[in-house]
Design a protein around this ligand. Structure first.
Ligand SMILES: [Zn+2]
Length: 175
């Protein structure tokens, strides 16, 4: 899997965690190594009309997509749902959680549940066009993405904290 992250002012540690999250989520969601090694994920961090979005890349094969573009608007993640500012760690977790959410959509495209056709976005062949936020939360692909994002974050953090500790130990040995 190739992951490219385009961002300004996002620290190295969060970027490293985002790289790892891509591998962790895709494999946790049941995508085989054979497929995941051919994936290209390009992540753009910057202003966007939504907090996150995952799309099949422009020139990709729409019938067998392996190239994806993910947008994450980290500015929209600076406050919680009640408009309270998030602290750094909370903010980092929110970025990772939103990334996990978008990776669920990537999985849906790979297995063909979600597809991009001339008719628009199809879920199992049907185009759902949400008119409002309530209808959005009712979309089957959003139910899955919202249902999986927190578990993916928690599972990832367990692995990630373990890795960080191991690296720290190794680094301390060198001093
Ligand atoms: Zn979504």
């Amino acid at each position: 899997m190739k992951v490219k992250i385009h961002s300004k002012h996002v620290d190295f540690k969060l970027k490293a965690a985002m790289h790892s999250m891509c591998g962790y989520a895709i494999s946790s969601l049941g995508i085989s190594n054979r497929i995941s090694k051919n994936l290209n994920l390009t992540i753009h961090m910057g202003h966007h009309e939504t907090e996150g979005e995952a799309r099949v890349a422009k020139d990709a094969n729409r019938y067998r997509p392996r190239d994806f573009k993910i947008n994450l608007d980290h500015h929209r993640m600076e406050k919680d749902d009640y408009n309270r500012p998030l602290e750094d760690t909370e903010w980092g977790h929110r970025v990772l959680r939103t990334l996990a959410h978008e990776l669920v959509h990537v999985k849906q495209y790979i297995v063909g549940e979600l597809s991009w056709r001339d008719a628009g976005l199809l879920w199992k062949g049907v185009n759902h066009n949400p008119d409002n936020l309530l209808e959005y939360y009712d979309l089957p692909y959003e139910i899955e993405a919202h249902g999986r994002e927190y578990g993916l974050l928690v599972g990832f953090l367990l692995v990630w904290t373990g890795l960080e500790k191991k690296f720290e130990k190794e680094l301390n040995k060198l001093v």
